[in-house]
Design a binder for this molecule. Structure first.
Ligand SMILES: Cc1cc2nc3c(=O)[nH]c(=O)nc-3n(C[C@H](O)[C@H](O)[C@H](O)COP(=O)(O)O)c2cc1C
Length: 184
């Protein structure tokens, strides 16, 4: 069975909830980047052993949080040896506004995966964008590159729109299916 690892940062728990939903769909192991931008003991070995790596970060000031960026810069050690070449990658971001410049963060995650020679998994779901569409619908935010989630600024972790979490689970399933095809 393929090994999928979700490496993510979450300052206040909302992005962690999204990571858990992606894990529910993919069977992935969660690897949290801490408040100082560091991985737990053995974290780099966990990533080295993964068939697929999913990046997750909240959008802060229009880009991934600095803790995620510190992690991203630290992946240069793996880059030097092409250690992550041909792994499968995906990514997600979460922020307060419907737009909130989430796409900037997602492109940063996709670019990081591409620097490593990875195979990026798009969201693969049509947008729910008709007049009748609601926030409870799957992909109501209309993402395509990866997974977008909106947590309103005054929403608790338990109040993240259910449609976005359903979308997260489906994205996890897609990553698992594609990883199984490509990596066995
Ligand atoms: C320093 C900071 C900057 C933020 N910048 C943005 C932003 O650019 N766009 C946005 O929509 N939300 C922004 N937010 C809101 C967060 O993205 C939102 O609260 C998110 O759910 C936090 O996720 P977390 O609980 O995993 O840290 C910002 C929050 C903080 C603390």
């Amino acid at each position: 069975m393929s090994k999928i690892v979700i490496v993510f940062h979450s300052g206040y728990g909302h992005t962690k909830k999204v990571a858990e939903a992606v894990a529910a769909g993919s069977g992935a192991e969660l690897l949290a980047i801490d408040a100082e931008g560091n991985l737990p003991e053995g974290g780099w070995d966990t990533l080295a052993a993964a068939d697929a790596i999913v990046f997750g970060a909240p959008t802060y000031m229009g880009s991934p949080s600095w803790q995620f960026k510190k992690f991203a810069d630290a992946t240069s050690k793996a880059w030097f040896t092409r250690a992550w070449q041909d792994k499968v990658f995906g990514g997600f971001t979460n922020s307060a506004s419907l737009n909130g410049d989430k796409q900037v963060s997602l492109i940063a995650l996709q670019t990081l995966a591409s620097q490593h020679g990875g195979i990026w998994v798009s969201l693969g779901l049509p947008p729910a964008n008709s007049k009748a569409a609601a926030r409870t619908d799957v992909n109501n935010l209309g993402g395509s590159v990866g997974l977008l989630v909106q947590s309103p600024s005054d929403a608790s972790v338990e109040e993240i729109p259910s449609g976005d979490l359903d979308t997260a689970k489906l994205y996890g399933e897609r990553i698992a299916a594609i990883t199984a095809k490509l990596r066995g």
